[in-house]
Design a protein around this ligand. Sequence first.
Ligand SMILES: Nc1ncnc2c1ncn2[C@@H]1O[C@H](COP(=O)(O)OP(=O)(O)O)[C@@H](O)[C@H]1O
Ligand SMILES: [Mg+2]
Length: 152
Amino acid sequence: MRLEAELPDDESTVSFGKAAAAASRPGAVFYLEGPLGAGKTTFARGFLLGLGHTGPVKSPTYTLVEPYTAGSLSIYHFDLYRVSDPEELELMGIRDYFDGSSVCLVEWPDRGDGLISPPDVTVRISYSGGARKAEAESSTPLGDQIISGWNK
Ligand SMILES: Nc1ncnc2c1ncn2[C@@H]1O[C@H](COP(=O)(O)OP(=O)(O)O)[C@@H](O)[C@H]1O
Ligand SMILES: [Mg+2]
């Protein structure tokens, strides 16, 4: 299943992330794709806001992963942009984060190819000039449920 959204400004990317969070389920894996500056971290911020997180959302560019909790749910936000050697991911035990009950949001998932779980939903953000667009596509039954409940 697939859905599309126009993202004319920063706030709409935040809202799109919030709507994803409302439809999300424990264990869901979201891949966030798109060029640098597209709005992937902004989407993650909206997602976390949607789950009730009130603190800052830092880009995990250097730390690779930033953990959050919302109630009893764990959320892991990854940014694998700087990963040059998959061994870095082995050493941090990246597989353990994909535990079937935590939600994982992954920027630059191609850097973790073969080491991270496949996505339930892939969010692709694109832009030409100033105008952003997003599409979200499911690739599992869990992902289908999420897309069905996602009121963008
Ligand atoms: N839909 C949008 N329209 C305009 N600016 C946006 C939009 N979404 C996010 N931004 C802005 O774009 C910049 C880069 O966003 P960011 O989420 O850090 O991108 P990425 O994580 O994909 O590199 C930020 O300043 C953010 O506020
Ligand atoms: Mg980012």
